[in-house]
Design a protein. Structure first.
Length: 361
């Protein structure tokens, strides 16, 4: 089975590399200091947070270490007090916010989007129609759309957020795929933005390390939420992750992933043609529009029958929105590019075989 579901890029040599970082982190534990056996939220990760803050370019008190990006988003929603409230999302958005929103009893309001993501006027209208408390955004290499918001668009969103006192939850999981991206919301609106960034996509999911930059006014709640969602994080994993950030390994791996991502992205666009939507040039996922008459569910089923796993649009569609005829094609599930090419060819065949012939009526 060819995997075109996962969109986090991995290289074969990363396994041994990560094992080495973990081994060194274990060896460097101060085994005579019993305090290291306490939960990290009791201060055991204070030094790591200072180092993380330096990388994130924020004050140490605003930088928090969490168990990956998903945990970071959940922590942010809880700290911001958004459980049970209404937040705005794009009509097509990341699966995790749909799942976490349902889990926390939140109402998700779908806003129209274009080639730069959520439209500011759509967000403003949603706020005028009812009480909206927050907005979830992925402005840099959106998942699943792959698009990037320009600076003017980001500033317009900030204007609406300030007008209606919205909390911004910014998921920057894929920001590394667009090196020239404009400033993030944590820079543009630090007083109201929870900025979430993990190492799952730019390095590997097994790091189990993520980061949240918290607005100053919410810092007091972070420790409590981290304590009650995880009883702390893994000092060994976090120490290993910070080490690979500081010694330049992460930067080197990202550079390689940008090169390979550009190759796979171009390959996908060549094989699937005009069906592929606009997006970052080295994103490891593509949003593919299906021909009339072919639903996302049916395309997903046919591809699976032919030995290719893909993601239908249903898993990314906000409540109350009709599921579009589209697929997300992830190009990180296969280490070998040749396998990706083979899978893309099969997807193209499925689309072509189900494209209606022009009517001669």
């Amino acid at each position: 089975m060819i995997d075109l579901v996962w969109n986090f890029p991995l290289f074969t040599e990363q396994g041994a590399e990560w094992q080495g970082y973990l081994r060194r982190a274990v060896d460097e534990l101060a085994v005579g200091d019993a305090r290291l056996l306490r939960p990290s939220f009791r201060g055991g990760d204070a030094g790591l947070r200072v180092r993380a803050a330096k990388w994130l370019a924020v004050e140490p008190e605003r930088a928090w270490i969490v168990c990956g990006g998903h945990h970071g988003t959940l922590v942010s929603l809880l700290v911001a007090g958004l459980g049970g409230k209404t937040i705005a999302v794009e009509e097509i958005t990341y699966t995790a916010i749909l799942e976490q929103g349902a889990m926390l009893g939140m109402k998700l309001v779908a806003c129209a989007y274009d080639g730069e993501g959520m439209k500011p006027e759509a967000l403003r209208e949603a706020c005028k129609r009812g009480e909206v408390s927050g907005v979830f955004l992925m402005p840099t290499v959106h998942n699943p759309l792959g698009i990037v918001a320009g600076l003017e668009r980001r500033l317009a969103i900030v204007e609406v957020a300030r007008e209606f006192d919205l909390i911004i939850i910014e998921d920057d999981a894929y920001g590394f795929m667009e090196p020239e991206a404009p400033a993030n919301y944590a820079v543009l609106a630090p007083e109201r933005t929870f900025y979430v960034r993990g190492l799952s996509k730019n390095y590997a999911p097994q790091t189990r390390t993520g980061f949240v930059v918290c607005p100053e006014g919410f810092v007091g709640e972070m420790e409590n939420v981290i304590k009650n969602t995880t009883t702390g994080t893994s000092l060994v994993h976090n120490a290993a992750a910070i080490a690979l950030i500081e010694d330049g390994t992460l930067r080197r791996v990202i550079a390689a992933k940008l090169v390979e991502g550009a190759r796979r992205n171009a390959l996908g666009r060549e094989i699937l043609g005009r069906a592929v939507g606009p997006g970052a040039w080295c994103a490891w996922h593509l949003w593919v529009t299906l021909p009339e008459g072919l639903t996302a569910e049916e395309a997903q089923r046919v591809c699976l029958e032919r030995g290719v796993m893909v993601s239908g649009a249903g898993g990314f569609t906000a409540p109350g929105v009709e599921v579009p005829r589209a697929l997300r094609i992830g190009m990180g599930g296969e280490v070998e590019r040749a396998r990706v090419e083979e899978g893309l060819g099969i997807v193209a065949e499925v689309i072509t075989a189900n494209r209606r012939a022009p009517s001669h009526d």
